[in-house]
Design a protein around this ligand. Structure first.
Ligand SMILES: Cc1cc2nc3c(=O)[nH]c(=O)nc-3n(C[C@H](O)[C@H](O)[C@H](O)COP(=O)(O)O)c2cc1C
Length: 158
């Protein structure tokens, strides 16, 4: 059976909150999904999942160092994430604070690895963005993204 993982880095809890909502929605859409801090994940673990969702706070318009390190560590099995579903999300302090570039950086790494990343024509296009602590809008975006990742993953793993 297909399964997913939501991986996050979070110092003050905002990105973690988003991760938990996304993972909850994926489980609710019948894709068994774990939710883990990046410190509890080794790159090789990613091979065990069909959907990989990664969230990072926006740090100077980029993903945080530990998240980048996780991607860098996948080089030892480059090509083996090909065809898995990927998605990204971020929390930042400011509108225009570099949140979409952070998400795009994560998505770029996923595309290089061969992951399938779905945009969203009606929700946050590249992935959920929170400004500070997730509010009701962000909660809806996270739940929506989790459902969409689960649905796509189930379609691709029949
Ligand atoms: C080193 C560092 C760099 C940051 N850079 C930015 C930034 O470029 N733009 C921004 O809007 N917020 C920036 N922030 C704020 C965080 O992205 C924001 O507080 C985020 O919600 C923290 O997520 P967390 O609660 O999951 O740790 C930065 C914070 C730190 C600690």
């Amino acid at each position: 059976m297909a399964k997913g993982i939501v991986i996050y880095y979070s110092r003050t809890g905002n990105t973690k909150e988003m991760a938990e909502i996304i993972a909850g929605a994926m489980n609710g859409a019948d894709l068994p999904t774990e939710c883990k801090s990046v410190s509890d994940v080794k790159a090789e673990d990613l091979l065990n999942y069909d959907a990989i969702v990664v969230g990072s706070p926006t740090y100077y318009g980029h993903m945080a160092g530990p998240v980048k390190q996780l991607f860098d560590d996948t080089v030892s099995f480059h090509g083996k994430l090909d065809g898995k579903v990927g998605a990204a999300f971020t929390s930042a302090a400011n509108i225009g604070g570099g949140n979409e570039t952070t998400i795009m950086g994560i998505i770029e790494a996923m595309l290089i690895a061969g992951c399938v990343v779905q945009g969203d024509p009606k929700g946050d296009h590249y992935g959920p963005v929170s400004i500070g602590k997730p509010d009701e809008r962000v909660e809806k975006q996270c739940a929506r993204r989790g459902r969409r990742v689960a649905e796509l993953t189930k379609k691709l793993t029949i």
